[in-house]
Design a protein around this ligand. Structure first.
Ligand code: ZN
Length: 83
């Protein structure tokens, strides 16, 4: 993994725990504009975060997904997202 990709992955992870500085956001989004792998990684992290939030909001193991949500989840996990 390239150094820039490792830094971008770290920023993607950090962005879950805290608000990134302006400089960090600029570097991060510039890198995402150039790197498909990191865009996919960032997308997957956002999906995991959203899934975790949904699980927190509902009873564990009792989440009802629509067919579209299920398809998007499978596509994102398999790296076939189209966003
Ligand atoms: Zn990258």
């Amino acid at each position: 993994m390239k150094h820039a990709c490792m830094r971008a992955t770290r920023l993607a992870s950090d962005s879950i725990d805290r608000k990134l500085t302006l400089w960090e956001r600029l570097r991060f989004h510039l890198h995402l504009a150039m790197c498909r792998n990191c865009r996919n990684c960032e997308h997957t992290l956002r999906l995991i975060r959203r899934t975790t939030e949904l699980m927190r909001e509902t009873q564990y193991g009792n989440i009802k997904l629509t067919d579209l949500q299920r398809e998007r989840l499978h596509a994102a996990i398999n790296g076939n997202n189209q966003n």
